[in-house]
Design a protein around this ligand. Structure first.
Ligand code: 9MG
Length: 273
């Protein structure tokens, strides 16, 4: 099985690492350290040297409480970084929910769209369908500004599964082949710690959809809840969650700490031999 990402065909016979590059002033987990274009470019290059299979560039924070930015602001943050990464040699994903940004990002060389809104914005399905890029369809309940204010589900696993199944159907109907689709339960997006853990325990209900599953736990507030530690001290907890995610069937890990998570994957692979 491969993931088709524009000009790249990425084999899925081993777990993949998606390295995070936030080009935002307020990202909760790295404090906007990579906000300026040159630092973001250097960081992406370092992530690839560390073993990232895909680099995920984002110009709008989706942390709990974050406010949306304008399309122009998002473009101004993301495009210069994409233009500086033309020779990266690995697929670049752009974390956006706006069709205008998707379109420009794809023109500037992005090979994947990571959409926390699962292509629900008008025009998003068509924009992705018209390209050869891959897409990550993520579940989220509510909007980043308010999503962590008392999220409620009758059955979180069933609700997330039904939502993703429906979005995959819509994507396929729009002409996006399954070999281009990744699904993601969206840990931390309108979910309590208990919801997140339940989703992780039942991740097989998503992997049974026969699509690659992306898991993003890196430095998230649920890990702060468990350990009592701030974002910059959540590496050990993030690595524990990376291992549990692999064990539960995740195929792609979205992480800040690529070098360290690569070792987790190596240990997990050796264990499974
Ligand atoms: C942008 N972003 C932040 N967390 C994420 C997660 O868990 N999954 C995906 N696909 N994107 C995320």
């Amino acid at each position: 099985m491969v993931l088709r990402c524009g000009k790249y065909s990425v084999p899925l016979d081993r777990p993949l690492l998606m390295g995070v590059v936030n080009v935002t002033p307020d990202s909760f987990s790295d404090g906007g350290r990579f906000f300026d274009k040159d630092s973001a470019i250097r960081h992406a290059e370092q992530l690839v040297r560390d073993g990232a299979d895909i680099v995920d560039v984002g110009g709008e924070s989706s942390r709990p409480g974050a406010l949306p930015v304008s399309v122009q602001e998002e473009l101004d943050r993301v495009l210069p970084v994409l233009n500086g990464l033309k020779d990266l040699g690995k697929p670049i994903s752009v974390d956006t929910r706006r069709p205008e940004v998707m379109q420009e990002a794809l023109k500037a060389g992005a090979s994947m769209i990571n959409d926390i809104d699962a292509l629900q914005a008008p025009g998003a399905l068509e924009t992705v369908a018209a390209s050869g890029c891959a897409v990550c369809l993520m579940h989220k309940k509510g909007e980043p500004e308010t999503m962590q204010q008392a999220p409620h589900y009758d059955d979180v696993v069933a609700e997330v599964r039904v939502f993703l199944k429906n979005r995959v159907e819509k994507a396929e109907q729009a002409g996006i082949g399954r070999e281009r689709i990744v699904i993601d339960p969206g840990f931390g997006f309108g979910k309590t710690l208990e919801h997140n853990l339940k989703l992780l325990r039942h991740l097989s209900s998503l992997s049974s959809m026969k699509l690659p599953v992306l898991a993003g736990w890196s430095r998230k507030s649920s890990l702060g809840k468990i350990t009592g530690r701030p974002a910059e001290e959540r590496l050990p907890a993030s690595l524990a969650m990376a291992l549990l995610s692999l064990q539960a069937g995740a195929t792609i890990l979205r992480v800040h700490d690529v070098r360290e998570t690569r070792d987790v994957i190596a240990v997990w692979q050796e264990y499974g031999k």
